[in-house]
Design a protein. Structure first.
Length: 109
């Protein structure tokens, strides 16, 4: 049985959300992060890549702030969208694979 890791909704750290936490922009950023919570690794990367393409210049940095994903991950998602006619490998990382969360590493010491 696959063990699903419980993830939390990322809190946006942009200046606009800090000034107006209940404003229209903050609600849009929360909605983006709620959608990302349910996506797997590849779909998360591609979804944010599409959003970055829509925003144009500076979209990658802005979405890195909003979502907490690294800029290189977002750039990779943009490239996957541009070359979407190529067949992607079906595997996605198993649940729990990859690095341990920073919080888990700090609890052990």
């Amino acid at each position: 049985m696959k063990k699903k890791i419980e993830r939390k909704i990322h809190r946006c750290i942009c200046k606009n959300c800090a000034k107006h936490p209940y404003g229209k922009t903050a609600k849009q950023h929360q909605a983006i992060n709620r959608v990302l919570l349910d996506l797997n690794e590849r779909n998360r990367r591609r979804f944010v890549g599409v959003l970055a393409n829509e925003q144009g210049h500076g979209g990658t940095s802005q979405l890195a702030e909003i979502t907490g994903l690294s800029r290189t991950t977002i750039v990779r998602g943009r490239k996957e969208i541009e070359h979407s006619n190529q067949k992607l490998p079906p595997e996605i990382r198993r649940a729990g694979a990859g690095r341990l969360l920073v919080e888990k590493n700090n609890q052990e010491s």
